[in-house]
Design a protein around this ligand. Structure first.
Ligand code: NAD
Length: 486
């Protein structure tokens, strides 16, 4: 690939009414190849008229799309699913290039997205309502589910393919039309997804893409023709979008940031726990909402666990995502890398012990930071509380399960929480008392698959209906109850 200067990098197109076109906005943001630092494309910040045009296209397409029978809507998705599978290598390479994650990791997360499309193919069954004969003499009642209209999706950088696929396949299957505002940091993956949906024959206006950042999202939320908003992002963005949309009476699901704890009990299988923690903390360079960020090493397990983690983390091979031998890629951009590295300095100021220092990798070209392990992190310190979103793993040493539960539940966030133990009573108590939405038992990344709902608790989620699973269908439909005497 010849190197391009920032000025030569192509500006990503928008998709409105079934056509790709350049934005006429002069404001753009750079998109990088994080392995080299090179600018590979630019994201336009759509003009007000362009955002309006995308919503108008979705509104115009809605009356006929909602009348396409659900089995036929599912057939578009069957075709789409086959295209996603056929072009999975191509999609994974695009994601790896603009995000930095390994191609294998990108393919794995695409697979999670494809499973949502497969789930959405069951829409004729999923959208069924209920019926009761003779609620009163000669009177029957039935409930039906109807689409809402124009729905909006706002997605983060860390899963450039999977998270858009959490949203639009199910929204469309339910008969809605959609405007996607992809992450400004990784727009090309979402563009490829929509190109393939177009190839699957989806009618014009049913899916639209506009680019931008906060002002464009705010305009979409405020637009009178937008009925529902899904956002996945930092807790700050999720809270802001939730408040703005809810204040206007709109339906909103807002998934925020995380600070996931992994509790390791003294009776845990340490071979299993070590591998699972390494994959959870350093997979995708720690840039996952389900990434393990704090290990609570309970009682006597601490010294041996920390030594095992140090050895395994130090052995991880860093490199560009498209090199098959790479186990950990770079962070998405310089700001994200510097922010994560800053937390290592802060951890030391707060009294933690540096067991493995990833900062030596900063000297490489691109936005690398090596795996880092901080031990004896103080409960309540900022490294123990803030979402770092990078390859920095903290270890806290609670004395027993009571103390571990107290630490996990003190977190303002509650996306995931994990326990490693062989004891059934401990597992039961942890599952019952821990305050988080997605729980792992001897599993490092307890991300639910497409047919279950996905979301956290507390500052990790604002809303009611989670994304995907039956909650996803409920979110994208309105119920109507019909009582009839015939
Ligand atoms: P981000 O919050 O910077 O951006 C996410 C999206 O929201 C982008 O499309 C952005 O343009 C938009 N946005 C940002 N601020 C906004 C605002 N104030 N108002 C309206 N829109 C706004 O997040 P990011 O850095 O792209 O992604 C990483 C974050 O996403 C992490 O905090 C991670 O934990 C979180 N995340 C959560 C989940 C989950 O399931 N809970 C999944 C993936 C990522």
């Amino acid at each position: 690939m010849p190197s391009t200067s920032a000025a030569q990098a192509p500006t990503n197109p928008q998709f409105v009414s079934g056509k790709w076109s350049p934005s006429t906005s002069e404001e753009t943001l750079d998109v990088f190849n994080p392995a080299t630092g090179e600018v590979i494309s630019r994201t336009p910040l759509a003009r007000v008229e362009e955002v309006d045009a995308a919503v108008a296209a979705a509104k115009a397409a809605f009356p006929s799309w909602r009348k396409v029978p659900p089995p036929e809507r599912a057939r578009y998705l069957f075709r789409y699913r086959d295209l996603l599978v056929r072009y999975s290598d191509d999609i994974a390479r695009i994601t790896s290039r603009e995000h930095g994650k390994t191609v294998a990791d990108a393919k794995g997360s695409l697979q999670r997205g494809i499973e949502v499309v497969e789930f959405a193919c069951g829409i004729p069954t999923l959208m069924m309502g209920e019926c009761l004969e003779d609620v009163s003499a000669g009177i029957d009642t039935r409930s039906i589910r109807q689409p809402l209209g124009v729905c909006v999706g706002v997605t983060p950088f860390n899963f450039p393919v999977m998270i858009p696929l959490w949203m639009f396949p199910l929204a469309l299957a339910c008969g809605n039309t959609f405007v996607l505002k992809p992450s400004e940091k990784v727009p090309q993956s979402a563009i490829r997804l929509v190109e393939l949906l177009h190839e699957a024959g989806i009618p014009e206006g049913v899916i639209n893409v506009v680019h931008g950042a906060t002002p464009q999202v705010e305009q979409l939320i405020d637009h009178p023709d937008v009925r529902a908003v899904s956002i996945v992002g930092s807790s700050e963005a999720a809270a802001a979008v939730y408040a703005r949309a809810a204040a206007q009476g709109k339906r909103v699901q807002a998934l925020g940031g995380a600070k996931n704890h992994l509790v390791v009990m003294p009776d845990a299988d340490l071979d299993l726990a070590t591998e699972a923690i390494i994959a959870s903390a350093f997979g995708s360079t720690g840039q996952r909402c389900m990434a393990g960020s704090v290990v609570d090493a309970v009682g006597s397990v601490g010294d041996e666990l920390v030594e095992r983690l140090r050895r395994r983390a130090a052995s991880l091979r860093l490199g560009p995502g498209d090199d098959e031998t790479t186990e950990m890629g770079p962070l998405v951009n310089r700001a994200q890398r510097d922010r994560a590295a800053g937390y290592i300095d802060l951890g030391l100021e707060e009294g933690a012990k540096l067991v493995l220092d990833g900062r030596k990798e900063i000297a490489r070209e691109g936005f690398f930071l090596g795996p880092t392990l901080l031990d004896e992190v103080k409960p309540g310190s900022r490294v123990s509380r803030d979402e770092i979103f990078g390859p920095v793993l903290s270890v806290i040493r609670p004395k027993n399960l009571d103390e571990a539960l107290e630490l996990v539940n003190a977190s303002p966030k509650g996306n995931g929480a994990v326990i490693f133990t062989r004891d059934a009573g401990t597992i039961r108590r942890f599952c019952m008392e821990v305050e988080a939405g997605m729980i792992g038992v001897n599993v490092g990344v307890p991300a639910p698959m497409a047919f279950f709902p996905f979301a956290g608790w507390k500052g990790s989620f604002f809303g009611d209906l989670h994304t995907t699973g039956k909650d996803g269908v409920r979110f994208y439909t309105e119920q109507k109850v019909i009582t009839s005497r015939v």
